[in-house]
Design a protein around this ligand. Structure first.
Ligand code: NAP
Length: 338
């Protein structure tokens, strides 16, 4: 079996593909012959040395895969053997084989390709928690989705549209035509204009009821300010800190310094809520994840969840895949294939 290894922090050039012996399954575990692995922004930041939860170097990144179960451990029902599945992985997903416990796998919906199935777990669970569970998005609400053209962004757009909310999104201008064709109500070019001014213009000065903000630092301050009364701010990433070498250290320091502090009395008086999401720290809640995933899979079957694949790269070209996301070129999910 092969794995994409991150031997040390650095640019995408540090990535290496290495051979390892086949994995053995233990009791209650299954082995997946991987067809596609999701590449997430957290994997990029882990390679940059900016992801606090990453294992020590060298390690293999990757939070999700799709594939076929080719070996089962003691205590696992025979019916799983040969089944197409998607799975959450606690790192190690950028590999041609993974071994996971039963509570990390979900049957692959027949209507999805393996690439699309690898695009489901992280992006859609994050978006589900942000919009439905914590964000309580209502049909009459306006939601602002930052970086709406990315993996989580398009997942959030699917769900927000199903709820019936008004959708406003920020993205690089080259993505707007596609996003509007996908049903986004308003696209804001946040790279060349002030998104706050545009949001206020679009909402008659009221702001949005829900804002999904994975940028962090100063952006969280501005997003909080842009909430309408009863509004909720979802904080779930620090993309603003992304970078390589000395530039990344400065970006990280700036992002940290600009983090807002929310006072309970201000939250109360302004009728605003803030919440955080870290999917990588929900491993102790498999029942919750299974319920959320059940709703997402139902959405796939009903046709309102449609994962968008930006590009698929072979493991050999993992560095190009990292560069592609870092250059902000992706519309939707980037996957790696063994
Ligand atoms: N907390 C969690 O559990 C969790 C789970 C999943 C994802 N996340 C976070 O959600 C965000 C999106 O993740 P994703 O995997 O779906 O990635 P993604 O959105 O597909 O990531 C790439 C996009 O992010 C935007 N971006 C903003 N700042 C950037 C920068 N400094 N460098 C490069 N691109 C930048 C770019 O789009 P524009 O055209 O809009 O600039 C780019 O195309 C990340 O911050 C990630 O860490 C958090």
């Amino acid at each position: 079996m092969k794995r994409v290894i991150i031997p040390k922090a650095g640019s995408s050039s540090v990535l290496a593909l290495k051979e390892f012996p086949s994995l053995e399954v233990g009791p209650g575990e299954v082995r997946i012959s991987v067809k596609a692995s999701g590449l997430n922004f957290a994997d990029i930041m882990a390679r940059q040395g900016l992801y606090q939860d990453a294992p020590g170097f060298p390690f293999t990144a990757g939070y999700e895969v799709s594939g076929v179960i080719d070996s089962i451990g003691d205590g696992v029902e025979e019916k799983w053997l040969g089944k197409p599945v998607m799975a959450l992985t606690r790192f190690g997903g950028h590999a041609s084989q993974v071994v996971v416990s039963l509570n990390q796998i979900f049957e692959k919906p027949g209507r999805l390709s393996y690439a699309q199935a690898a695009a489901i777990p992280v992006n859609y669970l994050t978006a589900w928690q942000a919009l439905v569970i914590c964000g309580a998005l209502q049909p009459e609400d306006t939601v602002l989705i930052h970086n709406v053209g990315g993996g989580v962004g398009l997942a959030a757009l699917d769900i927000a549209q199903h709820i019936g909310a008004t959708t406003i999104g920020t993205a690089s201008p080259g993505k707007h035509e596609y996003l509007l064709s996908r049903g986004l109500n308003y696209a804001i070019d946040y790279r060349n204009s002030d998104w706050y001014t545009e949001l206020m213009h679009l909402t008659d000065g009221k702001g949005a009821e829900l804002i999904l903000d994975p940028l962090g630092g100063e952006s969280w301050r501005k997003s909080y300010k842009a909430l309408r009364a009863s509004g909720r701010l979802a904080m779930f990433g620090i993309s603003a800190a992304s970078g390589n070498g000395i530039g990344s250290k400065l970006a990280l320091a700036k992002t940290a310094v600009m983090m807002p502090i929310f006072h309970p009395i201000s939250l109360m008086n302004e009728n605003k809520s803030v919440f955080g999401i870290n999917m990588g720290r929900l491993w102790h809640e498999p029942e919750k994840i299974r319920v959320w995933m059940g709703k997402i899979i139902a959405g796939v079957e009903e046709g309102w969840i449609n994962p968008t694949i930006a590009e698929s790269f072979s493991f050999e070209d993992a560095a190009l895949a990292h560069d592609y996301i870092e250059s902000r070129a992706n519309i939707g999910k980037v996957v790696l294939t063994p």
